[in-house]
Design a protein around this ligand. Structure first.
Ligand code: GDD
Ligand code: MN
Length: 409
């Protein structure tokens, strides 16, 4: 296999589900762990990091891991140094990107090309102690969806940070907690760039390449149920320099706000009972059919009076609608309230609400036509829409509502 890939394209950033190339979790000979090492001018530390990681992983997962250096065409030619290392380290691969830039997208590109069932990331500058990786992998092996190396749990810390640096780091975390508590609050060190996540937990959704803090993206968009944390001490940089500038703070804020609005939109979509509403409208149409045909039969053919025919056919339509809604639109609620008593109660409520709907219909038509001078057909159409919404919403909330009775212990 060619172990040096040059990436020139752009395209969507998302982690694929396990396909043919991805090893099933637990398979004896397949790649279990893919660890991404994003680099920009880290030529001095990369050889030592690879050596230490390999020593540990050869013991824990012999032949069942891959290390993927993703370099953004570093001026110090980190990619070339890494490529030369592939001759001594069989599990090492290198990606050299010439068009895209940035930490987060580098990590996601690495995961896109990875084969493992567990996807990880570690800084290349040795600020993340490599030996902690084994504990992260063990946690995922034991069932965690995500294992994060944290500076803020037992065994964790920072080396010689100034007051200002600690303050900025904690400040960013508090800000995160304020803007996005449900995501940031799930881990003690949301800024960590050292973690392992199960592929199945993040495969699918598009990931945002802008965020510098890829862990937020994983927590915010992935399906992470269980999280494990392992303490580590953030080491001082031995060589090279940090790429963090004020821009990353701005990006971080932007990232938080974007994640927040996305989550809100998703929650809103989830709560919007669109499927049910369409079913309700379909049933409504069937009712219209019942109403008209029966009316034609009673009034047109049998010669019954107008009001009698109308009331009878309308009531039959209501019964028709109730039966369909009970068996289809709201079947899940109906199942939780079985028995003829509960059913009759639902039917009665449905009837009353539809009756109220009829009154509402008349009111709206009159108001629009007589007071606002709206065209009669337009007025009728508006009334139908309004009454459909009314019927749906009130029936959803009243007729098929399931009262949560606390369970007896
Ligand atoms: N490919 C690529 N492209 N790699 C990058 C880029 C980039 O544009 N920018 C940074 N990196 C790589 C660096 O080479 C290094 O391996 C790693 O990403 C972290 O960058 P640093 O500049 O060393 O960041 P730090 O020391 O402030 O670390 C903080 O941020 C990290 C990333 O989120 C800490 O919070 C770490 O825990 C965290 O991992
Ligand atoms: Mn660093």
């Amino acid at each position: 296999m060619n172990r040096m890939t040059e990436l020139t394209g752009t395209g969507v950033l998302a982690v694929p589900q396990g396909d043919l190339c991805v090893s099933p979790e637990g398979a004896a000979d397949a790649i279990a762990l893919s660890l991404i090492i994003p680099t920009y001018n880290e030529g001095k530390t990369v050889p030592l990091l690879i050596d230490r990681l390999t020593a540990d992983l050869d013991r824990m997962l012999p032949k069942r891991y891959e290390l993927i250096v993703v370099d953004d065409d570093s001026p110090d030619e980190t990619w070339r140094i890494a490529q030369e290392l592939t001759t001594c380290y069989s599990q090492l691969r290198v990606m050299r990107r010439t068009t895209e830039r940035g930490l987060a997208s580098a990590v996601i590109r690495g995961w896109q090309g990875a084969r493992g069932a567990w996807l990880g990331v570690i800084d290349a500058d040795l600020q993340h102690p490599p030996e902690v990786l084994l504990q992260l992998v063990a946690a995922v092996q034991d069932g965690a969806d995500l294992a994060v190396a944290s500076r803020h749990v037992e065994g964790g810390g920072v080396s010689e940070w100034s007051f200002t640096r600690r303050f900025l780091s904690r400040g960013a975390q508090v800000l995160g907690l304020l803007i996005l508590p449900a995501v940031v609050g799930r881990v003690s060190d949301p800024m960590s760039g050292y973690f392992v996540v199960r592929r199945s937990a993040i495969a699918g959704p598009l990931l945002n390449p802008k965020g510098y803090k890829i862990l937020l993206e994983v927590l915010g968009r992935g399906h992470i149920k269980t999280v494990a944390e392992v303490g580590y001490v953030f080491q001082e940089r031995a060589a090279g320099e940090s790429k963090v500038t004020w821009r990353q703070y701005v990006d971080y804020l932007h990232h938080l706000v974007r994640l927040r609005s996305r989550r809100r939109l998703e929650r809103f979509r989830r709560q919007l009972p669109l499927r049910r509403f369409l079913q309700f409208v379909t049933v409504g149409f069937s009712g219209l059919f019942v109403d008209y045909s029966l009316f034609y039969l009673l009034f047109g053919q049998l010669g019954l009076g107008l009001t009698t025919s109308n009331v009878l056919s309308a009531e039959c339509a209501i019964i028709n609608n109730f039966l369909w809604n009970d068996a289809w639109t709201f079947a899940d609620f109906a199942k939780r309230q079985r028995g003829w008593q509960a059913r009759s109660k639902r039917f009665l409520k449905f009837n009353l609400i539809c009756l109220a709907g009829l009154v509402l219909n008349t009111l709206v038509v009159n108001l629009l036509f007589n007071v606002f001078g709206v065209n009669a057909y337009v007025a009728k159409f508006v009334a139908i829409v309004a009454v459909t919404l009314w019927n749906f919403w009130v029936n959803l909330k009243l007729s098929w509502r399931v009262t949560q009775v606390p369970r007896q212990p």
